[in-house]
Design a protein around this ligand. Sequence first.
Ligand code: XUL
Ligand code: CO
Length: 436
Amino acid sequence: MSTGFFGDIKPIKYEGPDSTNPLAYRFYNPDEVVAGKRMEDHLRFAVAYWHSFAWPGGDPFGGQTFERPWFAETMEGARLKADVAFEMFTLLGAPYYCFHDADVRPEGANFSESAERLDEIVGIFEKKQKETGVKLLWGTANLFSNRRFMAGAATNPDPDVFAYAAATVKKCLDVTQRLKGENYVLWGGREGYETLLNTDLKREREQAGRFLSMVVDYKHRIGFKGAILIEPKPQEPTKHQYDYDVATVYGFLKDFGLENEVKVNIEQGHAILAGHSFEHELALANALGIFGSIDMNRNDYQSGWDTDQFPNNVPEMALAYYHVLEGGGFETGGTNFDAKLRRQSLDPQDLLIAHIGGMDCCARGLKAAARMVEDKALSGPLEERYAGWNSAEAKAMLSGQRKLEDIAERVVKEKIEPRPRSGRQEFLENIVNRYV
Ligand code: XUL
Ligand code: CO
């Protein structure tokens, strides 16, 4: 039985690029085959429970703007929220969703009560997943909203907080497994510091390493098949976060011997906050062999914080999916809309329209990316640029067969004078623009 929250709306359908219906897909056509795979199977869209159903519309200067019938922090509210959430997943035809423990159940009086409440809601999710076919892309623990985590979770100076965080992650991993979640995400929202004056960096880093090692160990012991993903972010809410960007996370994983165990969930807005582009983070994760999943959204380029807007820039999406495809596409990962409405977008329909626009934009990006891959539009010129390295002598330099003095001798003997070649940036930019 419908909750009536979205009114009399039929499931959103693909109507093609010429449709002017705001409640239809113009580019996302789940069954359309792109580069040998259905679009739905490429993109693996997920709706984020927190932004769409738990966030009240507040900002630093004002509180709740959204009025939702489930906003009272009660179990009754949590059950209604679950009903509406699955209604929306179904209306959109979104194959996946993601959630934190705190998004789906009200906090209990103690750890055990919170856990019991989570179990009850997870029981509801289990039933609804079966009924609707919607699946869990990833589960995660909220280790940043409650005041107990104000000085960090795993990196807290208080070992009781470390313990509470460990118990929480164990619980969340258990329910993620129960719901057949395909990944488990750790975003270290408060794993960082406000000031170095009260922070022992070395100690906190060791704590984070121990914590993650225990999570990986537990995952194997319960036979969780999904991937463990770290989501990098450089700052906000803390002044400095330890999982700064993909490169920093990789160094951390190497240090604790976890580089083959943990991958990354890369978010567009976090990449921008770190002073990178989204495609930089994706390309680097591919190069390091730790690409896992993406949190899709958009940051306002004029404001220096994480605005979590819905994506609407097709050329950017095209380059993002280009790297996803070049890396072989998603395995357990997918496209999670870690995006929220603007706080003036009050209507239930706004939730649908935002996701429709985001999904269409990703679909256009994917299609452009697939054609670029197929035509070797960028990989062709790239191969050509590095072709010099195919010679026997060049290979010998890289494989350790030459010493510095051998190379120096050859430069003199063969009178080597490098001749610079154009990097052809504008030529390549024009190629990309032909595809979008
Ligand atoms: C915060 C953020 C989180 C994570 C999950 O910036 O991206 O929502 O995706 O904890
Ligand atoms: Co995110």
